[in-house]
Design a protein around this ligand. Structure first.
Ligand code: MV4
Length: 670
């Protein structure tokens, strides 16, 4: 008889830590979270029964500190460690250290991880086990003449890959034998600097690849089953964007061939726990039972595991815990169901119109679709309203997971889930994801790994601000819009006057400076707005969950959210933010304290170009802030004299004053 754990430590953060904690709680297991400085108030810490601080915010000082994590487990009496994904999850040295400390690693053995760690050795092993491997040379020899002659045997085009591999680093496609030597040299240099290992392998180049992976599960009693496939072909720069199961267009024959190859692969390394066998599939002529090849094995629970849970109705984390505690697999192969179609989209704090630059900021508003309540949409997240997307970790906000009877139903559910998600405070990829869902190729199931790049321009057009968004922001900022039930009749009628056309002033800050508008109340729910580019009459009605603005060329429904310095207008998966310049505060700032420039995001002061006492011209670079791995020049908004300025190599928080001007010049337009 085996005994289930009573206490486990989760060596991870964010949504996956929350996901593991949820299942542990369901099973009556106590949970211990670990956290870095930046995560002191994170959701996973709040959810766990106990939490242990393991170091400063950078991952190398906290979530990658195997020693601190093992000490935390021993100190809190945990019996086992769940690694989640990423961080230490596929580090065989960590597994050894966990076992040596007398703890259980909730995952495969260090030997299994090592067997799959080196891509060439793994491929040789798989070949021996009878698993199809891409035609190519996966041997030890590294001399140019040998590799070049192997390339000729394989047939051009070929792909040179780093044996330490992963993420496309050190990968070179070669079309012509004359270019082989040069491509080999550059692949080697890239591999050397990325992995400290310049050895390569050479493969037949697959022109229209699909990424299809099979979820496998093993136990410590020699049993291995599969839980069907997932299609993860929609990727960008080797990052998965949307995953689904089953794979579009897969036949029973192809599924049987792929899943039995995956089970063989796992058996060849005595695999225990959750694992994924990744195949590359040649999709030039649809899916064929002899056109898929082993790529690599991921020896962990994957980000996209919920897709498999939705079609099987199983809890993969529960299976991991049972297997790690020594139990047999809960179900036999024949008992594992496959129902309907599931899809997952990764919602990120990033700006698709700026080459997917990670965005950071505070999630002033965060609301997920109402369908969550009906169980049609599942949200996996590690953040709440008010939490911050920091520069230290992956900027994923949530995974949206949907299930439908068929692919069309799943697509429809995903589109509405994306459009109903409300986020203010940071830019997100929600509309990009929605555009992808609507893409003709994707909708018909004609997916391959090049789909996103081929349609990138159309998928990432910067969304024009919705007609009516600016108008609603102006009305909201004027403070004339109030939910009537929440205010007394006198306040509700504020500004309503039959015999005057008093205009309430609203000043918004645009990239070009401040812009003044005037709002006049025309009647109960009718207003007129005047200002640069706007002269319009509008009706605004308050509906249960949004404002409805109508007017000439405008029929717009949105939520309006008050931000610290402005207003977010949220509609259909996107938020347009407007910075409100309060005329009184501006006047006060100008009169007393001088005006200041605040850090737009947390970062490091890279260099300071001026000193206190200097006179500066509008547009002059005052300092350079490094944030999100990018340098941002902070420039003077107007002519003036510097009173104070931060010092170099200072770490600043969002909104920290960077510069104060002595005699505040009035901002433009005032
Ligand atoms: C390939 C390939 C074409 N032919 N191998 C990219 C990352 C690495 N894990 C495997 N990758 C590829 N290997 C051969 N022989 C094309 C890719 C590839 C790819 C594979 C899966 C998912 C997305 C991809 C995007 C670009 C290239």
């Amino acid at each position: 008889m085996t005994k289930m754990f009573s206490r486990i430590l989760i060596a991870n953060r964010g949504e996956i830590a929350c996901r593991v904690i949820r299942t542990a709680q369901k099973m009556g297991i106590s949970t211990i979270a670990v956290y870095s400085e930046a995560d002191a108030h994170a959701l996973h810490v709040a959810m766990a029964d106990e939490a242990v601080y393991i170091g400063p915010s950078p991952v190398t000082d906290s979530y990658l500190r195997a020693d601190h994590i093992i000490a935390a487990a021993l100190q809190t009496g945990a019996e086992a460690i769940h690694p989640g994904y990423g961080f230490l999850s596929e580090n065989p040295g960590f597994v050894d250290a966990v076992v040596k400390a007398g703890l259980v690693f909730i995952g495969p053995s260090a030997d299994s991880i090592r067997a799959m760690g080196l891509k060439d050795a793994a491929k040789r092993l798989m070949e021996k086990a009878g698993v199809p491997v891409v035609p190519g040379y996966h041997g030890e020899a590294q001399e140019l003449v040998v590799l070049a002659s192997k390339a000729r045997e394989i047939g051009y085009p070929v792909l040179i890959k780093a044996r330490a591999g992963g993420g496309g680093k050190g990968m070179r496609k070669v079309d012509d034998p004359d270019d082989f030597a040069e491509a080999l040299g550059s692949a080697r240099r890239e591999a050397k600097s990325a992995f400290g290992d310049d050895r390569v392998l050479v493969e037949k180049y697959i022109a229209k690849p699909r990424h299809i992976e099979v979820q496998v599960f093993g136990d410590n009693h020699g049993n291995v089953v599969h839980l069907y496939e997932r299609d993860c072909s929609l990727q960008r720069r080797h990052q998965k964007v949307i995953e689904e199961a089953p794979a579009p267009g897969i036949t029973a024959e192809v599924r049987a061939a792929m899943t039995s190859a995956a089970v063989k692969a796992a058996q060849a390394i005595n695999y225990s726990g959750a694992g994924t066998i990744e195949f590359i599939v040649d999709a030039t002529e649809g899916l064929k039972p002899d056109r898929f090849w082993f790529m690599e094995m991921n020896t962990r629970l994957q980000v996209e595991h919920p897709v498999t849970e939705m079609i099987t109705g199983l809890d993969l984390v529960e299976w991991q815990l049972r297997v790690a505690a020594g139990e047999k697999l809960p179900l036999s192969q024949k008992q594992i169901p496959l129902n309907g179609h599931a899809m997952e989209a990764r919602l990120y704090a990033e700006d698709p119109s700026k080459s997917f630059l990670p965005a950071i900021g505070t999630l002033h508003h965060l609301a997920f679709p109402a369908a969550v309540m009906d169980g049609l949409v599942r949200i996996e997240t590690g953040v709440r309203t008010g939490d911050t997307i920091s520069p230290y970790y992956d900027p994923m906000i949530a995974k949206l997971v949907v299930h439908g009877n068929d692919r069309a139903a799943a697509l429809a559910a995903m589109e509405s889930a994306l459009l109903e998600t409300e986020i203010a405070g940071t830019t997100t990829n929600a509309r990009f994801l929605a555009a992808l869902i609507r893409d003709d190729g994707f909708a018909t199931g004609d997916v391959d790994t090049g789909l996103i790049d081929r349609n990138l321009a159309a998928l990432t057009v910067p969304a024009a601000v919705d007609a009516g968004a600016r108008e609603l922001a102006i009305l909201f900022a004027s403070d004339l819009l109030r939910k009537p039930s929440l205010v007394d009749p006198w306040t509700a009628m504020r500004g309503y006057s039959h015999n005057s056309n008093l205009a309430y002033p609203v000043v918004l800050e645009d990239s070009g400076g401040t812009v003044r508008y005037g709002v006049t109340v025309l009647g109960d729910d009718r207003y007129a707005i005047s200002g640069p580019g706007i002269a319009t009459e509008l009706r605004v009605r308050h509906e249960p969950s949004s404002w409805h603005v109508t007017g000439k060329g405008i029929n717009f429904r949105a939520k309006a959210i008050t931000l610290p310095h402005g207003i977010a207008i949220i509609s259909k998966g996107a938020a347009a933010t407007f910075t409100v310049a309060d005329p009184f505060l501006l006047a006060e700032a100008a009169g007393h304290s001088g005006d200041r420039l605040a850090a737009p995001m947390p970062g490091l002061v890279k260099s300071v170009r001026v000193a206190a006492g200097d006179t500066v011209k509008k547009g002059q670079i005052l300092l350079v802030l490094e944030a999100m791995k990018m340098e941002h020049s902070i420039t003077a908004p107007h002519d003036g004299k510097i009173a104070e300025i931060v010092t170099e190599s200072m770490q600043v928080k969002e909104n920290t004053a960077l510069v104060r001007f002595e005699e505040a010049a009035l901002p433009d337009g005032r």
